[in-house]
Design a protein around this ligand. Sequence first.
Ligand code: BES
Ligand code: MN
Ligand code: MN
Length: 496
Amino acid sequence: MVGYYPPKDLGEASQSHKKNLRLKYYPQINNTIFASNTFTMQVIKQYIEDNKQRLLDELFELLRFPSVSADPKYKADVLNAADYVAKKLTDAGADKVEVCQTAGYPIVYGEKIIDAALPTVLVYGHYDVQPADPLELWKTPPFEPTIRDGKIYARGACDDKGQFYMHVKAFELMMQTDTLPCNIKFMIEGEEEVGSNNLSIFVKQNKERLKADVVLISDTSMISMEHPSLETGLRGLSYLEVEVTGPNRDLHSGVYGGAVANPATILAKMIASLHDDDNHIAIPGFYDDVTELTETERVELNAAPYDEEEYKMDLDIAEVWGEKGYTTFERTGTRPTLEVNGIWGGYIGEGAKTVLPSKASAKISMRLVPNQTSEKITQLFTDHFLKIAPPFVKVKVTPHHGGEPVVTPTDSIAYKAAQKAIAEAFGKQPIPTRGGGSIPIVALFEAELGLKTVLMGFGLDSDALHSPNEKYDIFNYYKGIETIPLFHKYFAELSK
Ligand code: BES
Ligand code: MN
Ligand code: MN
């Protein structure tokens, strides 16, 4: 079997969607009578085995682009990453591949329609990444992927390059083994980490092109490889910046200190007042629209395995923290939260400078749950924050971006297909969980395209997304490539 499929032929090989490639590539498998499931699994495993190194090398190449969407300094790298994705989609066998221009970074589109009568899966992912700083905390450089202890260390290794690329490679696998059972469309964007504003315009303008039966996304986490899970919800987001201004210039802290309000102190007090003693958020009306879980839902959610000691050990904290009356899973998955993401003002350079700053600022995010809306929460926050501003300072609130919460169905054909695929690949039924993160476009897929989403993520919360030393286990990468064709197979079968 070795060398039956030289990577250099990939571009041409993929152009012809020949029948019975399976016979050509897997003669000895095909000569034996297997149960159909066993057969598919054999084909998948064999393909991954035969292409192991190349599947990894290509991901590494993708990880080497510093495609940081938030920082204009990386503009060329983000654009190059888009081109690379387009090339790889073409090589894998996609038609109508296009790097679609937007007012921001492009969206890479590609599709393979094998039969209009078959169902269509729309795969979404993002090739942009979060900034890598603080750089000095990385053990190896963020854009030079490095393997340590079976894990790939790089910015974007898990979020989301490692995860969306599994779909490109699973698609290649299905094309090369002639096992693609349904139509497939890819939409890989470059602005997820900055709010997907241009993607929402693209979605509204391309409803026909994006027609599908379900959206499939791998950009979330599992509990662990021993406890595979499927996220059934994402939180929404309101992100804004606040600025507190005191005197018209930085002042000598001895000459003026004690007589003029310090904006840093005022900001700290204002922020501290946003949580009460029970860690509830103290913004009037904040919880008005929150749907409480039923007792059954709570029991189900908390049945997922959770080791608090391990959780604390991983983060090196003495105690967990949060809203009184809720468990850790409930706090991160089903309750709204308010976090300071950054806070600054005054002198932060080397050594000391005695100064009373003129301004202090903070970036604040609020995670939202069903039925809250980012517009209303942003308004409630703004009104409240301006109201609590004392007369000694001026306060400005600037909204950044937002996204709406979603709950994904667990009784759909697509969810069942994901369950079956994971059960087969992992040998265990997946546990439903609620994710704490946000993917703003998911709510829009539903609102604009009428499409539900399946969140089939293979990351781990401990993969350090957005943190230094982000990683993705090589095992998870191959396991994803193995599971995805099974999803398509079961989705096509169950759709009949
Ligand atoms: N992939 C994450 C979201 C995620 C991570 C969901 C883990 C569930 C589990 C995504 O790339 C992300 O980071 N989204 C941002 C929102 C965006 C508007 C900046 C987030 O959640 O902070
Ligand atoms: Mn992501
Ligand atoms: Mn992210």
